[in-house]
Design a protein around this ligand. Structure first.
Ligand SMILES: Cc1cc2nc3c(=O)[nH]c(=O)nc-3n(C[C@H](O)[C@H](O)[C@H](O)COP(=O)(O)OP(=O)(O)OC[C@H]3O[C@@H](n4cnc5c(N)ncnc54)[C@H](O)[C@@H]3O)c2cc1C
Length: 168
């Protein structure tokens, strides 16, 4: 597991449920506290903090991790956690409230604090998965539709129904 800019402790311990052979590579960083080191040790997760110079592979398959001293470590796969940041400042410049992780805070219908602004995907606060981004997009679409419906002027005593969407 590769974790340079963010602590890899949590993911490393989670991945231990998938594989017994797991190593945490910090690529030259030494951020682990004594308590974290102990947790890793108890979970039999060795930590290698040597600088990594290159990942060596063949036919799109990873073979080795090559360190700056040119020593190699055989490796079948790498999972990584490395932190994230917004790719552009649109959300901030529109006045969106951001949380301490730097993502936009929304309500459960993907509505940001700015009226009329809906946010979905990695830019918003939930987990960062394709399926979550798609679901948030669908939720945002339904709530945008609901907002637009408020603007429909309907004559008195005529009930306008929208059978496809239901928001409680
Ligand atoms: C290495 C990696 C592996 C991942 N593996 C998985 C996985 O296995 N399963 C899973 O479910 N999720 C995975 N994810 C997460 C998943 O990719 C994201 O959750 C998902 O792509 C979020 O979709 P999105 O539309 O919000 O953002 P993105 O897919 O990032 O789309 C945002 C788009 O906006 C564009 N953009 C940015 N700024 C601007 C701008 N100023 N103007 C115009 N366009 C702009 C970008 O170029 C990009 O095309 C992975 C992510 C990474 C980085």
């Amino acid at each position: 597991m590769y974790a340079k800019n963010k602590s890899g402790l949590e993911l490393a311990v989670s991945l231990k449920t998938w594989s017994k052979k797991l190593v945490l590579y910090t690529d030259g960083r030494n951020y682990l506290t004594p308590v974290e080191k102990e947790v890793l040790q108890k979970n039999q997760i060795p930590v290698i903090s040597k600088r990594i110079s290159v990942l060596d592979g063949k036919n799109e398959k990873l073979l080795n991790i090559v360190f700056s001293d040119n020593k190699k470590q055989r490796c079948d796969a790498i999972f990584f956690v490395n932190g994230y940041e917004q790719q552009c400042s649109i959300a901030k410049s529109l006045g969106c409230k951001m949380n301490k992780k730097g993502v936009v805070v929304t309500n459960r219908l993907q509505q940001a604090n700015v009226p009329g602004l809906f946010v979905a995907g990695d830019v918003s606060k939930d987990m960062q998965f394709v399926v979550v981004a798609a679901a948030e997009g669908a939720k945002a679409a339904v709530s945008i539709n609901k907002e637009c419906r408020k603007k429909i002027v309907k004559p008195d005593n005529i009930c306008v129904t929208f059978p496809f969407f239901h928001i409680s």
